[in-house]
Each structure stands twice: as C-alpha cells, then as structure tokens.
Design a binder for this molecule. Structure first.
Ligand SMILES: CC(C)=CCC/C(C)=C(/C)COP(=O)(O)OP(=O)(O)O
Length: 378
C-alpha cells in the first residue's frame, strides 16, 4: 500500500485562486452564465483532501480513497425530506416510498457535494441523481419493478426526449407530451432537468444531457447482453462502465457549486481522463456493495465482481479483492492526475478536481451506510 497522501489543489495557494474565483463569480464569469442565472454561492471550500486506505468490510483489503470531507446529517435529512415530497408529488416510487427514503439520495448529495451548505443546491444534485436512478431501477435493472431488456432501448429514447425536447412537430408533439407526462420516471427526469437548467449555463446543461445519453448507450449494451445471453467479459463490461458511472453525477459538481469549468477545459484530455478515473473508481465501490443484490435478480445485472468470479472461476471474495485493487490503482492515478493538472492553473478547474475527490470520499461513505446495499463479502 504505497500511496497515502494529501492533495491541496491550486497552483498558487488557496488565497490567490480563491480571490480570483470570488472576483470572477461576483463580476461575471469569463465563460459566461446563462441570462438570469444567479452567480451561485461565493464561498470556496477547499480543505485539503486526504487520501487514505479506508476499511469497509473486515475480511477485505481497504479501499484507497479520500476521507469524507463533510458530514452534516441534518442537511442530508432535510434534502431527503424534499426528495420524498417531490417524488410523492409526481407519483414516483409509489408503493415503495419508504424504501426510496432509506436509500438516502439526499444524504448522498450532502456527502458528495461537500462545498455546499445551501439545501437548494444540495437538493439539485439529489434530485438529478434520484431521477437517473429511477430510470436505472424501473427500466434497466429491477425486473420486479418492470425493467425489461426488450423494452429498454425504446424507453431510453423517451428519456432523451424528457431531457432534450424535440422541436415542436404539430400533432406529434401532443402525443409525445402525453407519453412524457404519463410516466413518473420521465416526469422525474424532466423536472430534475428543469432544476438543473435554472442553475447552469447552456454548455453545462448540454454536458449533463449528453453525459446522460452516453450513459444510456451503455445501458443498451447491458440490455442487449441480457437478451442474447452472450457471456460478457470483464474487460468489455469495464469499457462500457466508463460511460455508465458516477462520472455522470460528477458533471453536476460545478453546476451545483455555482461556477463553471469552461467546456474546452472540462474536455481537455487530461482533465477528461481524471474525471473518468474518478467516476469509474466510484462506481467500482458501487459494484462491490451491490454484487449480492444484483446476483439475486432473475436476470442478473452486469457487475464487476460477479463477472470476474464467473470468468475466473473464483470465489466472490477473491473477485472482490481484484476489484478493490483496480479501484485503488484508479484512485492513485486520479490523485497523480490532480497533481499534474495543477499546472493548468484555472481556479474553477482546481475547485472541480477537489470536488471530484470530495465526491469519491462522500460516495464511499454513502455506500457504507445506505439502506440500498447489502455487503458482498463475508
Ligand atoms: C446516479 C446515476 C448516474 C445513476 C444511474 C445508474 C448508475 C450509473 C449507477 C452508479 C448505478 O449503477 P448500478 O445500476 O450498478 O447501481 P445500483 O447498484 O443499482 O445502485
């Protein structure tokens, strides 16, 4: 275990970059902000991220991960209350609202967006994540909830319309709108998207939309694999999982934070790789926690632990150990990326990289406590 360290972002120290970010946010962001959008909170929080080996299951090697930056249970509960109110209002999770509350997506947003104290902004992240997860559960993963691989692609096409309405097309629009309004999953996506739109620049909103679409391409691949019954190699799954990861959630970090990483910086190759590493590492934690639950579905979902165990003929704990090593290497590489990217200087980027690390730490914390998961190894 060679790599524990601390990452304090910013090329020239906290004071300098903070001062620049404050003045940019106050005086108009160089990359622009959508007309009418509030500049967002002016606080910049960058306590150093401490990378450490974090124990999770006694019999397993620890996960290398930033420590959780902020725990504010009252804030998490407030956001969870708002989420439940929103879900009830649109009929989402009818008959299983307590299960939804216990997942604690509000707590997830509180833990992962550690630079936010404003419940509205934490709710923004929680709502969009809950909307994505509803698509995942009802369309892709949970047979009990009506997920069906044969229907998946058609349903996901409607999800795209819920996020990015097509141009008006006479009577066809009325028919589409009727369908979009009749399914709480789609209403959930559309209302969460409206909330994101109120706080984002056009480029940020397009980023959230396009990232959702690329995620859904991977879901279609899983659906096709489920239907054909073809064996899925771990390498093939991991390649698809890159675009079906918590990277999607991480696209909200600057939106919720009230600042913007300009598109040409966000998609700069090294920045992109760092973000993808963080997203993939975070979702491997998800695979570790959800392996048993996913194995129980009558049409088991793709999961790194299950695939490695099947491919190598090894036990689940052995496969989980392999996943832990991969996770740890990804996080160590992400940490090195953060150091390398200091040379790019942008205070927005430094805040975002910090936000990725904080997301990793909070995601770890949430999986360990959420009612949604059953531990995989014992
Ligand atoms: C928050 C978000 C982007 C949700 C969509 C689904 C996703 C990329 C996950 C991280 C969930 O993957 P998975 O379906 O394995 O998650 P569960 O184990 O069902 O929570």
């Amino acid at each position: 275990m060679p790599y524990p360290s601390t990452f304090l972002p910013g090329p020239t120290g906290f004071g300098t970059s903070a001062a620049r970010l404050f003045s940019e946010l106050a005086g108009g962001h160089p990359a622009g902000r959508a007309p009418g959008c509030a500049p967002g909170p002016r606080s910049l929080r960058q306590p150093p991220l401490t990378f450490a080996f974090r124990p999770w299951v006694e019999s397993m090697p620890p996960l290398y991960c930033p420590l959780t930056v902020r725990v504010n249970e009252a804030l998490g509960e407030e956001v969870d209350d708002r989420l439940v109110e929103w879900a009830e209002g649109i009929g989402l999770h009818e008959g299983r609202i307590e299960q939804f509350r216990k997942a604690g997506f509000g707590r997830l947003a509180m833990l992962t967006h550690a630079d936010l104290d404003d419940p509205d902004r934490v709710f923004l992240a929680a709502q969009m994540n809950a909307a994505w997860w509803a698509c995942d559960d009802y369309y892709a993963d949970e047979t009990d909830l009506g997920a069906d691989p044969a229907l998946l692609a058609g349903r996901l096409a409607l999800c795209m319309s819920a996020l990015d309405a097509p141009p008006p097309a006479d009577e066809f629009t009325a028919e589409l709108d009727e369908r979009l309004g009749a399914d709480p999953v789609l209403v959930g996506l559309a209302t969460a998207r409206e909330h994101v739109a109120r706080h984002s620049t056009p480029a940020q909103l397009a980023r959230v939309n396009m990232t959702s679409f690329q995620m859904w391409v991977s879901w279609n691949a899983y659906g096709a694999w489920r239907q054909s019954g073809e064996p899925v190699e771990a390498w093939r799954y991991l390649a698809a999982r890159q675009h079906d990861s918590f990277y999607t959630s991480m696209t909200l970090i600057d939106v919720c934070g009230g600042y913007e990483v300009p598109a040409n910086l966000f998609y700069e190759e090294r920045v992109h790789r760092a973000a993808m590493r963080a997203g993939t590492a975070a979702v491997i934690v998800n695979d570790l926690y959800s392996a048993i639950h996913e194995a129980e579905d009558e049409l088991p979902d793709c999961n790194l632990v299950l695939l490695v165990a099947a491919e190598r003929g090894c036990s689940l704990p052995e496969a989980a150990q392999r996943a832990v090593t991969l996770h740890n290497d990804l996080v160590a590489a992400f940490e090195a990326d953060c150091h390398e990217l200091r040379s790019l200087g942008s205070p927005e980027l430094q805040q975002f990289l910090w936000g990725l690390g904080a997301w990793l730490g909070g995601g770890f914390e949430w999986h360990a406590g959420s009612g949604r998961y059953t531990l995989t190894a014992g």
